[in-house]
Design a protein around this ligand. Structure first.
Ligand code: FES
Length: 505
């Protein structure tokens, strides 16, 4: 976000009619709009905030087909053909990025690199060897190796060559400009709150303006409309990242991930003056159930023990949605959908997944179905049925928050107990409120009931945000929507002067 320009596309100011309306301006939405714009269709991208500034602006930006241990699992659960289709489609996305960078001449720090899934524990050796064999059988240039280029001992790793890394915003902002150059439109600060399916479809913005379109693509990360109960098959995860400079000659060459210690992921990006920025991620929690502060500290300590980095320059958090069968949902929105599509559930692999979604949905809109369309089809049942135990656990967790958090009516007894810089759920005049007190001592209250489906929000102290544990909606301390699926802000509530502790707002 700091090393790329800002954007200021206008909000939707009048009703519009286009061939394709894309809701969401992250990598999936922009890729879809770009692919369809190239077919001669008129496209409009409608983004609630700023394009490429949500999860796509805060990703670690590995563009790879090696997704930890996906190939062994896919082959076991869905067969060798499914593993092969996954590998081909993901590698095609990697190559599509390379092709677009080349065709448009985008200066976005695009670098080819090998991707590694490594382990330090000798017990993991057979699992990694099996994964290397499964990835290779699926068609990737994969091998089991002992040497990784990491500056600490590892027992072994799966290595897949010819993968890539880039600056996601530089890439996406160039894509957006090209969409406009081809006659498409980009609208920012345009939150879509209504979708009516038909011929044509119609979407409605918060402002009341409408867009009619033959086809509508919902690419809002977690879908803001849910016609196929996708929220029962998606689990949100908040993922923390730290980054620090190190000398370029001490930076590891590849992109790395391990499932040890919860998970750790490492790559480096170019910086000026012979330095690179080491980017480390891996601490995560379900939104609304964790505190980013402690996770950042653990991640920082892990990085410093292993790499000769300077001061930590950045800390940030992003959000991923895991599908129950670990395969994204890309395709028709629901069983009866004719002209509505969705792209979501990329796990931590939204760069290749988002580009893949763009190509796949563009094909579907044109009446073509690539060989892997069924693998990603949101209407798939076979693979989902195999994940029923995961689904039940996930929904039990949501039910626990829905019921349990309501019974636990207050987290503190009064507004006066909320310390500066803290937030807590408080009962006020019979209503359950989320109260935040700023560092100057002023308290403000909003309804603690999430505007998506009504679960109670919790405070994330490290990021100063209200988070919903059920499907991952996030709100600012003023109640504004930071992250869907919620599209409406938390209702503001006046704190009675007698309750405020100090100055009430
Ligand atoms: Fe679904 Fe809050 S995100 S109830």
């Amino acid at each position: 976000m700091e090393t790329s320009r800002t954007t200021s596309y206008p909000p939707l100011a009048e009703d519009l009619s286009v061939d394709v309306a894309v809701v969401g301006g992250g990598i999936a939405g922009l890729s879809t709009a770009w692919e369809l714009g190239r077919t001669g269709r008129t496209v409009a991208v409608l983004e609630a905030d700023r394009i490429a500034a949500g999860v796509s602006g805060y990703t670690t930006a590995k563009v790879t087909a090696l997704h930890t241990l996906v190939y062994g699992r896919l082959r076991r659960r869905q067969g060798a053909e499914a593993a092969g289709l996954y590998a081909r489609s993901q590698q095609a996305a990697v190559e599509r990025v390379a092709e677009i960078v080349d065709t448009l001449g985008i200066d976005c720090d695009f670098e080819r690199a090998s991707a590694y899934t490594y382990a330090t524990d000798p017990a993991a050796g057979p699992v990694l060897a099996a994964e290397a064999e499964a990835a290779s059988a699926a068609g990737l240039p994969a091998a089991y190796v002992k040497h990784t280029g990491l500056p600490f001992p590892v027992h072994g790793a799966v290595r897949v060559d010819h993968q890539a890394q880039f600056h996601p915003r530089k890439y996406l902002l160039a894509l957006a400009e090209d969409i406009r150059a081809n006659g498409g439109s980009i609208f920012e600060r345009t939150r879509i709150t209504g979708l009516s399916e038909g011929t044509p479809c119609r979407i409605t913005a918060e402002s009341g303006r409408t867009v009619t379109a033959r086809d509508v693509v919902v690419a809002t990360h977690y879908p803001v409309f849910d016609r196929a109960l996708l929220f029962t098959r998606l689990a949100p995860r908040r993922e923390l990242v730290v980054a620090a400079p190190l000398s370029a000659d001490q930076a590891p060459d590849g992109m790395y991930i391990t499932e040890e210690e919860g998970k750790r992921s490492v790559r480096s990006a170019p910086l000026a003056d012979g330095q690179r920025l080491l980017i480390v991620t891996g601490e995560s929690f379900t939104p609304g159930t964790g505190d980013a502060g402690a996770g950042f500290q653990r991640l920082d300590a892990w990085m410093r023990e292993r790499f000769p980095v300077g001061n930590t320059a950045y800390r940030w958090a992003a959000q991923d949605n895991d599908s129950t069968d670990h395969i994204p949902f890309v395709g028709p929105f629901h069983a009866a959908a004719r002209h509505t599509y969705v792209a979501t559930g990329f796990g931590g692999w939204g760069m290749s997944g988002g580009v893949l979604a763009g190509q796949l949905i563009a094909d579907l809109v044109q009446g073509r179905a690539p060989a892997w369309a069924a693998l990603y089809d949101p209407r798939r049942l076979k693979s989902i049925l195999k994940e029923v135990p995961t689904l039940i656990t996930q929904q039990a967790e949501v039910a626990k928050h829905f019921v349990g958090d309501r019974l636990r009516t207050t987290h503190v007894d009064s507004v006066a107990e909320v310390a500066p810089g803290e937030g807590a759920v408080v009962r006020l005049n019979g209503r359950t409120c989320a109260v935040y007190r700023d560092e100057e001592g002023s308290a403000r209250a909003v309804s603690a009931r999430c505007t998506h489906l009504g679960c109670l929000v919790s405070f994330n102290r490290g990021e100063k945000a209200w988070e919903c544990p059920c499907h991952g909606s996030r709100f600012g301390v003023d109640g504004s929507v930071l992250q869907g699926p919620a599209v409406r802000p938390l209702e503001k509530i006046d704190i009675p002067a007698s309750d405020s502790g100090r100055t009430a707002r």
